[in-house]
Design a protein around this ligand. Structure first.
Ligand SMILES: Nc1ncnc2c1ncn2[C@@H]1O[C@H](COP(=O)(O)OP(=O)(O)OP(=O)(O)O)[C@@H](O)[C@H]1O
Ligand SMILES: [Mg+2]
Length: 328
């Protein structure tokens, strides 16, 4: 019920439209069209890729298999060998792991041409940037550029904003990219985004109310409680509603109350220190939008910085200043 509810909010529609355009015009374009889909974690990037991917399914023709879109997730430490194997595997090559790097790349290009592939989707693109060493995997990025150049297909990469570094530091790749598309976390202070968040709640309410008796999720006061609990991230909202549905099904309930939502929120949302200090679904507390609550909500889903390692205490200078000055 929750998974099948797709909310076509503005940013989602904008992203889908751009992907469709890239897909349509990739063929016959003299150079590859590249697009980056950027956004914080849980803003719905992979869902956009998924929805576009299912629109152009693989199918068999008398000439063979047509694979309009190849979609892969970047492994955590990408190498050319690893990436090309994943792509070959996705295209159904039974020998995806055999051959040298060059042989595999040639096979990939042949397969793409033979299968009339028009688009390559690379999710989790931030793995092209090693956040520990702060280095871009230039070798793999260059290889990707060559593949899309040779295959003349559209490239869509998606990831959290740190993946900008990969493009910023590779002028050849950057030059092939259109302006990035952002998947936002909704901002309560902006009227259009707040309305959008409320509309998302209304959409989930509609699909859940077909099966359950539940309070109006987008009703007076409730929408802000959801905002505080999810930080305006659609992924967190989906996760807590799914938990509420699982709990109701387990207990054979057809009713979901605010108390059940509170329980589902507690059980499903990973709350860091500051975020855990508010109980958004506690009806005994009035929850009016204010700076403090909004700043806490903005921290939902944001990683907590690791504390800086303690410095060794500086060894004290055994000499007094007067001694130093008088020393010959
Ligand atoms: N427009 C939407 N309508 C309904 N559900 C959505 C929508 N967008 C995202 N979701 C749901 O929210 C959850 C998180 O989305 P998704 O996995 O796409 O986020 P993401 O941006 O790829 O996160 P990450 O960066 O952590 O991979 C998923 O369960 C997804 O189905
Ligand atoms: Mg994702």
């Amino acid at each position: 019920m929750i998974e099948n509810t797709l909310v076509p909010h503005t940013a989602f529609n904008r992203a889908i439209k751009s992907l469709d355009q890239c897909f349509e015009y990739a063929q016959g374009c003299s150079e590859p069209v590249c697009l980056a889909l950027l956004g914080e974690s849980r803003t719905g990037k992979s869902r956009v890729l998924e929805e576009c991917y299912v629109k152009y399914p693989r199918h068999r023709t008398p000439e063979g298999m047509t694979i309009p879109i190849v979609r892969v997730k970047t492994p955590s430490k990408p190498t050319v060998k690893g990436l090309v194997e994943i792509m070959l595997h996705d295209m159904g090559d039974p020998r995806s792991s055999s051959g040298t790097e060059n042989r595999k790349t040639t096979r990939l290009l042949e397969l793409m041409q033979g299968s009339s592939t028009r688009m390559l989707m690379v999710d989790e693109f931030q793995h092209f940037y090693d956040k520990v060493s702060h280095k871009v995997m230039h070798h793999v990025a260059d290889w990707l550029k060559i593949v899309v150049d040779e295959a003349r297909i559209a490239l869509v990469v998606s990831g959290i904003p740190t993946c900008r570094a990969v493009l910023d530091q590779n002028e050849q790749l950057a030059g092939r990219f259109l302006a990035p598309i952002s998947m936002p976390r909704f901002n309560w202070n902006k009227d259009d985004q707040r309305e959008e968040f409320e509309a998302i709640l209304a959409a989930f309410h509609e699909s859940m109310s077909r099966h359950f008796d539940l309070p109006e999720l987008d009703g007076e006061g409730m929408a802000f409680r959801f905002y505080c609990g999810t930080g305006g991230l659609i992924g967190y909202l989906v996760k807590m509603l799914r938990q509420a549905v699982w709990d109701a099904l387990d207990e054979d309930r057809m009713v979901i109350t605010v108390a059940d939502l509170a329980e589902a929120h507690l059980r499903s949302v990973w709350a860091t220190d500051g975020v855990a200090s508010i109980r958004p679904f506690d009806l005994s507390a009035s929850l009016e939008p204010n700076e403090l609550l909004l700043s806490i909500a903005a921290r939902v889903g944001v990683k907590v910085e690791e504390p800086a390692p303690e410095r060794k205490a500086a060894t004290r200078n055994k000499w007094k200043t007067s001694q130093v000055l008088s020393a010959q």
